[in-house]
Ligand binder design. Structure first.
Ligand SMILES: O=C(O)[C@@H](O)[C@@H](O)[C@H](O)[C@H](O)CO
Ligand SMILES: [Fe+2]
Length: 370
């Protein structure tokens, strides 16, 4: 009977619970550990040692896939294939970098990978003012305070993030980005939101034929936080702007990584409503909670609704209602129980998060069928 029910479950429409994994060379968390998280079927990973603009070889992609499958998991998608700044800026050299990106997509497609998460934030990926802020229970979290960020020299931010990362290379803060940071700030002075948007559309139009050929879903990550930092343009931060992008390249393969923590940094974003209106275009979900402390100021939190400001039941219900079948992952977790790991990416709190989100899903699914 149990076996029958288990098999049956595969047929029900269901998101896939996954965990982000940085590869055995970089991650403190092992595939064996991930495999033991109840209901976790796959990992979202990347070739962490590649630089934006580089072609990913088929051999490296295959080796990564085989390692994950040998551990009994699925490679559910890539986060991220990063975009070279020359594409975001729209420099003449973008042609070569787009050609390289297309080659990487072909290689991923040939290896059967159909989901690619990326972001289009200039210079910096996500930004935080503290990577280990202590909560009353002794756990630590990533936090953001606009007043503190305003005091930081952007060129020094890299050094500070690096010094506070506990020796880990932070995703989006890889050292090679540092080398060009001052130069990039100069060049980005010419790039306003409209130009950045047009450069994104240009890039997407160029890669879409390849994505359609291989069935690759491109899933842009929301800007984090959801407003301009250091005067750099931000375009993927609210319902209107995101809808504009979906309409500008109106094919399924141009889709979203709906990140609740990034959108949720702005309390005006109604996340369940956004999930419902972007139905069919959300290919990947990042689900996490945060606490709004003041405008422009937030701490990350446990996934549980009442630990933070977001209603995780309503968020998971919206995913359920749109018939989400793609991967969902708990996003950043707290650091707890003495774990030493990449900030936001320890095992324990993300495992708790996955379990909680799976529990919400089960409850939503069963009540819907009653
Ligand atoms: O998920 C997040 O919020 C971050 O860890 C980002 O680094 C994210 O992976 C990128 O913005 C996606 O390209
Ligand atoms: Fe995210």
């Amino acid at each position: 009977m149990l076996i029958y029910e288990y098999e049956n479950r595969e047929e029900s429409i269901r998101m896939k619970m996954t965990l982000r994994w940085f590869g055995s060379q970089y991650d403190t968390v092992t595939l064996e550990q991930i495999r033991q998280i109840p209901g976790c079927v796959g990992v979202i990973t990347t070739l962490y040692d590649t630089k934006p603009g580089e072609i990913w070889s088929r051999e490296a992609i295959r080796a990564m896939k085989e390692e994950i499958e040998a551990a009994g998991l699925e490679l559910s998608g890539i986060e991220s294939v990063n975009i070279h700044d020359d594409i975001k800026i729209g420099l003449p050299t973008r042609g070569q970098y787009i050609a390289n990106y297309i080659k990487t997509l072909e290689n991923l497609g040939e290896e059967g990978i159909d989901l690619v998460c990326y972001n289009f934030m200039p210079v910096f990926d996500w930004t935080r003012s503290d990577l280990a802020k202590e909560r009353p229970d002794g756990s630590t979290v990533l936090s953001y305070d606009q007043e503190l960020v305003d005091k930081i020299d952007p060129a020094k931010l890299f050094e500070e993030m690096d010094a506070n990362s506990g020796g880990f290379i932070l995703p989006g803060w890889e050292p090679d980005r540092l080398a060009r940071v001052k130069e990039l700030f100069e060049i980005y002075k010419e790039v306003d939101e409209e130009k950045l948007f047009q450069n994104l559309v240009y890039f997407l139009k160029a890669i879409m034929p390849t994505c359609e050929k291989y069935g690759i879903k491109m899933a842009i990550h929301m800007d984090d936080p959801a407003w301009s930092v250091f005067g750099l343009p931000r375009i993927i931060n609210n319902k209107e702007n995101i809808q504009r992008l979906l309409d500008a390249v109106p094919v399924m393969n141009n889709g979203l990584t709906l990140c609740t923590g990034s959108l949720g940094s702005n309390p005006h974003n109604d996340i369940p409503d956004m999930i419902r209106s972007f139905k069919g275009r959300i290919h990947f979900g990042h689900v996490r909670n945060l606490i709004h402390l003041a405008p422009g100021k937030f701490d990350e939190a446990a996934h549980l609704s009442f630990d933070g400001s977001l209603d995780m039941f309503e968020i998971m219900k919206a995913f359920y209602d749109i018939g989400m079948t793609g991967p969902i992952r708990p996003d950043h977790g707290r650091m707890l129980w003495g774990e030493k790991a990449m900030p936001g990416y320890g095992l324990y709190d993300r495992a708790l998060g996955a379990t909680y989100l799976n529990g919400l899903w089960e409850a939503i699914e069963k009540s819907a069928k009653k």
